[in-house]
Design a protein around this ligand. Structure first.
Ligand code: 4NP
Length: 157
């Protein structure tokens, strides 16, 4: 029997981009009736235990997802065994994940926008030091990736 997919989204702080990727994918997977475990994490630990950035919460809310209860956590070695897919939001995070991945990692590691035709190899820009428009761009990016990922995981193996 095929294993149920489990997807982890990873950015730097786990308060801006990866919570939005988690929210967009939860929304899209639920509409599609896709059974999948979903979480997000950060390569850094500065924000561990914190709620998402208020601008990320407002952006998700505008698009119909409440993420106020999300709490940041740092990625851990067990994630490489617990998840089938780990998506890095940008190249720096992908590099860090490759550095810490145990040799027997089960998870497939990739850049999130590799899922999106025409965006392969691109990172999702960090909106943390920018304005609200940056968070809308993040939402557009993670939504495109969420649709592509639901399609990918819905195909029979
Ligand atoms: P994120 O954004 O990686 O998308 O959650 C950031 C959040 C916090 C910091 C940097 C990026 N920071 O430097 O604290």
């Amino acid at each position: 029997m095929p294993i149920k997919p489990a997807v982890l989204f990873v950015c730097l702080g786990n308060i801006c981009r990866s919570p939005l990727a988690e929210a967009a994918f939860r929304q899209t997977a639920q509409s599609a009736g896709l059974e999948v475990s979903i979480d997000s994490a950060g390569t850094g630990d500065w924000h561990a235990g914190h709620a998402p950035d208020p601008r990320a919460m407002a952006t998700a809310q505008r698009h119909g997802v409440d993420i106020a209860h999300y709490r940041a956590r740092q990625v851990r070695r067990a994630d490489f065994a617990d998840y089938t897919h780990i998506f890095a939001l940008d190249h720096a995070n992908l590099g860090e994940l490759e550095r810490i991945a145990p040799p027997d990692a089960r998870a497939e590691l990739a850049l999130l926008l590799d899922l999106v035709g025409g965006r392969e190899g691109q990172g999702v820009a960090d909106p943390y030091y920018g304005d609200a428009a940056g968070f809308e761009q993040t939402w557009a990016d993670v939504t495109a990736a969420a649709s592509a990922l639901v399609n990918k995981l819905s195909k029979p193996a």
